[in-house]
Design a protein around this ligand. Structure first.
Ligand SMILES: Cc1cc2nc3c(=O)[nH]c(=O)nc-3n(C[C@H](O)[C@H](O)[C@H](O)COP(=O)(O)OP(=O)(O)OC[C@H]3O[C@@H](n4cnc5c(N)ncnc54)[C@H](O)[C@@H]3O)c2cc1C
Length: 398
């Protein structure tokens, strides 16, 4: 750490209270119109929460992080975290639309003035949906630099061939941020070079070398498989410099980790509240089940873990907003939050006994949904490998 970074660290402050109370209250009011029955019905029909997303879009919360000059609210990352946390604490799921809030970060930080003017106002108003982020591929998984999707320059276009998997919301998005290889790995010095980021206009490419198929999954996450077979992307849609895309994607990932971690905090709060209410209410052996330490301790333990994870995520947000390195805090915060949420989910399901399996309680649905956060957007092992190598100085393990 340099001396100036250390000095600046001393100047970074963070809120310990329920920050952004007005925003939280307003998000809770919106979510009250979308109770458990709404989400259960969507899941049964594998449908997209169009009304929920429209309500959030109208409120302007999905454009919270876009600067006011482009029609957004110009709020700090921590406000976005509070919005997503409240959505999840209310029993709703921001997964169908959270990417509208943060994928644009890559465009905002690395796009040209013309590109920002072209897309950001539409994204801020919701007229343009930038909900899809195509990184993961079926054969290379977490080993991102080996991804095989190729974009080859031909005149004023790039021609794309390859396949993405688990691309969420691609069927509910107008634009996709795509990471593709523009220079073969054999021809670059560093394996992270030669990857480029594009804004793909799904509306223009669909049926013209682009095919998207729904991918059935454990939760209603609108996941898809995306097939590129000669899709033509205008060269003007390349973000930043050709070959530097990996770096651009990476620096958007800290924001994503902090925001998804905050959703996990929201889930944990929902599970804890729901478990406590049921444990106080349900009487077996002539007393509330919550009187048993075997029932109350797992809930209390998860609550303590949630508080700790929330603090680390607040620190990560504060560092991010100060423009200081926050990779360690963002990764560890997301990991701990996803684990706290999972422990809270387990405690909640166990507290409900057999009724934890009854769909009408929403516990089993939230339990399935929150499990994802230990895998996506980054799996726990990869966070631990990062901490071991980059924070602790242990040898790289892979
Ligand atoms: C519902 C859902 C939505 C998703 N949405 C998107 C999306 O919108 N866009 C997108 O690009 N991706 C998306 N993903 C993909 C997600 O980011 C990946 O699934 C995740 O990063 C893990 O990659 P993988 O599935 O290929 O696992 P793999 O890379 O195959 O890894 C499998 C397991 O092995 C472990 N592992 C692998 N290598 C190592 C190692 N060196 N050391 C220790 N452990 C290791 C991993 O931690 C993991 O637990 C989504 C996934 C899901 C399930």
């Amino acid at each position: 750490m340099t001396e100036s970074t250390a000095t600046r660290l001393d100047e970074v402050s963070m809120s310990l209270g329920d920050d952004f109370p007005d925003i939280r209250e307003s998000v809770r009011r919106i979510c009250a119109d979308f109770p458990g029955a709404y989400w259960r019905d969507l899941e049964a029909r594998e449908a997209y929460p169009t009304d929920f997303v429209a309500a959030l879009t109208q409120s302007g919360y999905l454009g919270a992080l876009i600067p006011e000059t482009y029609g957004g609210a110009g709020l700090p990352l921590r406000a976005g975290a509070a919005i997503l946390e409240e959505i999840h604490a209310s029993g709703c799921n921001a997964g169908p639309c959270h990417a509208q809030m943060y994928i644009m970060g890559t465009l905002l930080r690395h796009g040209s003035p013309e590109q920002k003017q072209r897309w950001l106002p539409g994204i801020a108003s919701g007229a343009l949906r930038l909900q899809a982020f195509g990184v993961t591929e079926p054969t290379t998984g977490t080993d991102t630099t080996k991804l095989k999707t190729r974009a080859v320059r031909q005149g004023d276009h790039y021609v794309v061939h390859g396949q993405k998997v688990w691309t969420s919301r691609a069927l509910h998005s107008d634009l996709m941020l795509l990471l593709a290889r523009t220079t073969p790995q054999e021809e670059v010095k560093k394996k992270t070079d030669g990857l480029s980021v594009f804004v793909v206009d799904i509306r223009e490419c669909l049926g013209q070398g682009l095919e998207i198929k729904p991918l059935k999954a454990m939760i209603n996450h609108h996941a898809t498989e995306v097939f590129f077979d000669g899709a033509r992307v205008p060269a003007g849609n390349l973000i930043g410099e050709e070959g530097k895309g990996f770096k651009y994607i990476l620096d958007g990932m800290n924001a994503e980790r902090i925001l998804v971690g905050s959703e996990a905090i929201g889930d944990a709060r929902w599970f804890t509240r729901t478990a406590v209410a049921y444990a106080n209410d349900r009487r077996v052996f002539d007393r509330p089940i919550g009187q048993n330490q075997g029932v109350q301790f797992p809930i209390a333990h998860a609550h303590a873990q949630t508080e700790a994870a929330s603090l680390l995520l607040r620190k990560a947000s504060a560092l991010f907003e100060a423009g200081l390195p926050c990779g360690a805090e963002a990764n560890m915060g997301k990991m701990l939050a996803s684990e706290a949420a999972w422990h809270a989910a387990e405690a909640c399901l166990q507290t409900h006994g057999g009724f934890g399996y009854a769909k009408e309680y929403d516990v089993e649905r939230k339990w399935r949904e929150t499990r994802l956060m230990q895998i996506a957007p980054v799996s726990t092992n990869m966070v631990l490998a990062y901490v071991a190598e980059h924070v602790l100085g242990l040898p790289r393990s892979y």
